[in-house]
Design a protein around this ligand. Sequence first.
Ligand SMILES: Cc1ncc(COP(=O)(O)O)c(C=O)c1O
Length: 380
Amino acid sequence: MKVLIHDLFQYLLETTDSAPEAIVGFSLSASPRLGDFLADLDPNQSLDWNSRDFRGLPELRDHVLAQAGLTGHCTPADVLITAGAAEANYLAIMQLLQPGDRIVIEAPGWPQAEVLAKAKGAEIVKVHRLEAEGWRLPLDRLAEAVTPGTRMVFLTNPNNPTGDLLSGSEVAEVVRIADRAGAWLLVDEVYAGLEWTGPRAPAVAGLYARGITTGSVSKALGLQGLRTGWIISPDAGLMRDALILRENSSEIMNIMGEVIAEIALRPARYAASLARARREGANNLAQMNAWLADQDRLSWVPPKAGLIGLARLADGMDSAAFARFLLKPPYRTFLMPGPAYDLPNHIRLGVGGGAEVRLHDGLDRLSQALRDWPLPKVSP
Ligand SMILES: Cc1ncc(COP(=O)(O)O)c(C=O)c1O
């Protein structure tokens, strides 16, 4: 079956030309400028491919292991550079799943796994994270869902969209659950590095023979436009299959993405960029929490990690209609409505973008729209 559009992308497609004046939902850190890298770039850099390794620049793959805490646990041969975490997930899912295979995913979660699994004709089993449980991943329900013969488990840690974070011991338990069933375990770590309440969780590629870690420079470093990410797994067969599919999709990496990502991930530079992203993200999150505390028609479980979280609208408020109302004058403000995550009563709020996004401006407009939204009529 062909790959079908998801509500999240449908909304982005419909609203890209709406020219909002404010965004309350930035999902990545402030993006550096090209000029920030010029001093480290070589004007003689060839714009041919890297001519050294089909898996990606060796020094970049070293940095990828280092930032994931995998140096000494995995080798550079276990890393393939891809066009973002999106391509990394794509390669793993498309090569591992066959029609009828069972994949266990979380809900709410990053929609990509469900979209691709549907196209593959896989059996999709959802494990629900509940707001009443603080959006925690319920490990008991996960264990029930991952039955023997389950082909794959796909999770995000930190979670998109709730901002929940699995601890090291929870990740170890998820590994045990996957291992009992012989399932592949893919953990998308695209938001790693932005933990607010605990340490970064260990990467599953270092814990499990069928563990797959995906990530990229898009979120914490704000380098989404480089389209540079990775897949890491100790399984040589999977890495070869991923390389073969990439050869037949994007073929090789874009050289500027690889070169700039390599500079961005050099340890000293990475540490400084991450410190700044964490400072700015924490400031925006504090501002968001303070603002939410004053709202009558909105409440949320603050994200434990990452730059996004879900806020609940007052009962009876339709999220999709409200998002479109907010996009119109006089508010002209963009946010992602809940149907993108099958949650019609929630909206997605973001604290990315650093100081540049002037979060307070978007929040003022959102407060106004919340006040102006007509209350449902109460029958006498
Ligand atoms: C959980 C998750 N995975 C993957 C992606 C895609 O990221 P990338 O830009 O690295 O392809 C996103 C982007 O929003 C995401 O939130």
